[in-house]
Ligand binder design. Structure first.
Ligand SMILES: Nc1ncnc2c1ncn2[C@@H]1O[C@H](COP(=O)(O)OP(=O)(O)OP(=O)(O)O)[C@@H](O)[C@H]1O
Ligand SMILES: [Mg+2]
Length: 512
């Protein structure tokens, strides 16, 4: 393990794993971090909590050596970190797990763990040494994953375990996790939290970023709140409650507003409007089979089920993104050709905000404004001229509605994760579809804006859209849905249509 041994005679003073002092990060005139000081003790789980754009990922980027700060310093186990050099940070024992997985699907579990860092004996690559180390890592994490299994066949949760094993391979003393549970289903989240605790028991210091405040409370020894690039406070776990976290990250008034709005988003049962979409026999070989779904104006339909149950495949098929899919489709009662190419469903009025916003949803090299308007150039073009003012006006209105915290000319690449999600939602709403499908719409969005997003979905439904929502947050699905369809292993196993039936218990019961 990195760092010096603790002097036995020094009783009270705890050893610091990380000392961050007066850290500033400027992007042009904008300060993503503004004079941050944090001390993190060896062996603790320290969480960073804050709204979208608060500066969490920026701070982690500096610790991992990816980003160079403008001013200030960081010491890791007493040694000064050399900025902007990921190797320096690794040498000091920092392993960083980013939200996007970097697993190579065609390689085995073992090969993935040692990707780019093969172990050798006397200059020869040693499979035996790697297998031994692999088994040690499995034991350290309390997991059991066959080294020979092809990574592409593994669940996202197991792939993430590999990612952590790869990070810990070189005796890391500090593990940094940026929203690691964002794409996991509830049971998988639980097991990841258990693994994190096991690692801590093995002496590893952990820095944890998550918008799931329950997880933060369950795991942390201490919590630091960031707001607008500044540290608001660091306190030990005993100090915190969920309410305190919320009011500290948002300010007390906003926190009260949220409670009010949450109550408003709960809807009453209402008679559904006319049928907008009906699909039958929806099949994608190897993924989903013979699913039927009907959507009416004014309703929100939730799709329940575990990760891997076929939820995303079903909505991708409706959006023309599954070339091997088959089925029959009616739009407003009229049968139309089954969609197998993406542009065509859009012309029928079906829009999808995909779960993978980076690869499918947004053009990262373009501004927020252009991303929002690119779906709908006809609105902002007149006699062949692009109407800049009109485009700006539309983009501005939509991004304000979704709580974007940066100016609309910002490149999407330079937005925080949560802000990118808001631009994606603004973009699909700008299409003004009849049927709006949102897959994990609040992933990575802070609690302040989450409620706002649900409220907007409810408004859009009230204005006559049909909305389909997939979310790993069952509470969210329950709060907004008029009906819930539960999928399991690619089949529709249950439809819950009475308000009283729609509950976490019923959904989970139907799933298992
Ligand atoms: N390369 C960059 N150029 C300009 N601004 C940037 C760049 N990288 C980050 N920023 C800005 O710095 C601020 C902090 O972003 P950061 O990604 O650290 O937020 P975050 O706390 O991780 O938020 P989230 O919860 O949404 O992930 C944001 O306003 C972001 O737009
Ligand atoms: Mg972030």
């Amino acid at each position: 393990m990195s760092g010096g041994a603790v002097a036995e005679a020094a009783p009270v003073k705890k050893e610091m794993a990380i000392e961050i002092s007066e850290l500033i990060k400027s992007y042009g005139g904008f300060r993503a971090l503004n004079g941050v000081n944090i001390d993190i003790q060896r062996g603790e789980i320290h969480s960073l909590v804050g709204q979208n754009g608060a500066g969490k990922s920026t701070l982690l980027g500096i610790l991992s050596g990816r980003t160079a700060p403008s001013e200030g310093s960081v010491r890791i186990f007493g040694s000064e970190l050399h900025y902007g050099d990921p190797r320096s940070s690794r040498k000091l024992g920092v392993a960083t797990i980013y939200q996007e997985l970097t697993i190579a699907p065609n390689l085995s579990a073992l090969e993935n763990v040692f990707l780019g860092q093969l172990l050798s004996v006397k200059g020869f690559i040693s499979r035996k040494r790697m297998t031994k180390r692999y088994m040690e890592l499995c034991a350290l994490m309390g997991v059991n994953i066959s080294p020979l299994q092809r990574a592409g066949n593994m669940s996202i949760a197991d792939q993430q375990m590999l990612e952590i094993m790869r990070g810990l391979q070189l005796d890391a003393g500090i593990l940094i996790l940026d929203e690691p549970t964002a794409s996991l289903a509830p049971p998988e989240r639980k097991s990841l939290l258990k693994t994190i605790k096991t690692l801590q028991a093995g002496g590893i210091t952990i820095i944890y970023v998550s918008h799931h405040l329950d997880e933060v409370l369950e795991l942390s020894d201490s919590v630091t709140i960031l707001r607008n690039g500044e540290k608001i406070v660091t306190q030990p776990r005993a100090y915190w409650t969920k309410d305190k976290l919320v009011s500290s990250m948002l300010g007390a008034e906003v926190a009260e507003e949220i409670v009010r709005v949450t109550q408003e988003t709960r809807h009453e049962d209402a008679a559904p409007g006319p049928e907008l979409l009906r699909a039958t026999g929806v099949t994608v070989p190897g993924a989903i089979e013979d699913i039927a779904i009907t959507l009416h104006a004014g309703e929100i339909v939730g799709i329940g089920g575990l990760v891997g149950s076929g939820r995303t495949t079903l909505v991708r098929a409706l959006a023309g993104l599954e070339p091997k899919s088959t089925g029959s489709l009616w739009i407003e009662g009229k049968q139309v050709k089954w969609p197998r190419e993406p542009g065509y469903p859009m012309s029928l009025g079906i829009a999808l905000a995909p779960e993978d916003r980076k690869h499918q949803g947004l053009v990262l090299g373009m501004s927020c404004e252009d991303n929002i308007n690119m779906v709908n150039f006809s609105q902002v073009k007149k006699l062949g001229f692009y109407r800049k003012a009109k485009a700006g006006h539309i983009a501005d209105g939509l991004s304000k509605r979704f709580g974007l915290t940066r100016p609309i000319h910002t490149l999407c690449r330079n937005l925080s994760g949560g802000n990118q999600q808001k631009v994606l939602l603004a973009k699909v709403c700008n299409l003004r579809p009849k049927v709006l499908i949102v897959d994990e719409p609040t992933r990575g969005i802070d609690i302040g804006v989450k409620v706002e997003v649900l409220k907007i979905l409810r408004q859009l439904a009230n204005e006559g859209m049909a909305i389909v929502i997939i979310s790993s947050e069952l509470e969210e699905v329950i709060a907004v849905s008029n009906r819930v369809l539960v999928l399991s292993k690619g089949r529709l196993v249950k439809e819950l249509s009475q308000r009283s039936e729609i509950s976490v218990d019923h959904i989970l019961q139907a799933t298992f």
